[in-house]
Design a binder for this molecule. Sequence first.
Ligand SMILES: NC(=O)c1ccc[n+]([C@@H]2O[C@H](COP(=O)([O-])OP(=O)(O)OC[C@H]3O[C@@H](n4cnc5c(N)ncnc54)[C@H](OP(=O)(O)O)[C@@H]3O)[C@@H](O)[C@H]2O)c1
Length: 224
Amino acid sequence: MVVGASGGIGRAFSAALEASPAFDQVIALSRSGEAKLDLTDPASIERAAAGLAESGADIRLVIDATGFLHDEAFAPEKSWSEIDLAHMEKAFGINAFGPALLIRHMLPLLPKEGKSVFASLSAKVGSIGDNGIGGWYSYRASKAALNQFVKTASVELKRRNKAAVIAALHPGTVDTKLSQPFAKSGLNVREPETAAADLLMVIDALRPEQSGGFFDYRGEELPW
Ligand SMILES: NC(=O)c1ccc[n+]([C@@H]2O[C@H](COP(=O)([O-])OP(=O)(O)OC[C@H]3O[C@@H](n4cnc5c(N)ncnc54)[C@H](OP(=O)(O)O)[C@@H]3O)[C@@H](O)[C@H]2O)c1
């Protein structure tokens, strides 16, 4: 299942999974597609989960590829003087609260036998330990909150479903709508297809004892 299948990286994940012999079916959810899910509408998340439960699908992989950095109204803050309640509410709503509701409704659907993975796309700039340059208050803080939701859920998941894995993943800088205004020359900007392929290899290699971790597209663990 790919949530945010309309996004740059989400679309690449869906295509890669469709092409993979490892999966019988790919369920692509987004605000605009046939199967609708809006992270700011908890009922839509509940409906999607209920539909999946009813279908009896053997859900081995849930990828949350949603995220928000900027729109017409809000650009990443360069200074604390730009901190704005509506901006923070939007960033936390999409980057942290929505994924937390996905955790609530999707983790119980993971099979108890054999490996399954819930992976949420986070960002290295959400790392508190790695924050050397500041700025981007809402995005950084909302991704740090997402990481905490993932880590906290991993503790409970270990008790309830020993074979399942939950992880926060950093895709690198990828050429999408989200990064486009900020992908300066000199950064290693990669294609969504490359990022999705790399992350699928990381997901494939994840072991239950690594559940709750924060990994980049090379599989390296990132500091919180
Ligand atoms: N691109 C990068 O360089 C980069 C770097 C680090 C981390 N990331 C992370 O990677 C993830 C994917 O980003 P991307 O680069 O693929 O960005 P993107 O192309 O802008 O895709 C973002 C996705 O999030 C969805 N979304 C936004 N608000 C939503 C809501 N309320 N409910 C449901 N879905 C919603 C969008 O749906 P709509 O199509 O309906 O708007 C879209 O599918 C994000 O978590 C981002 O923070 C990206």
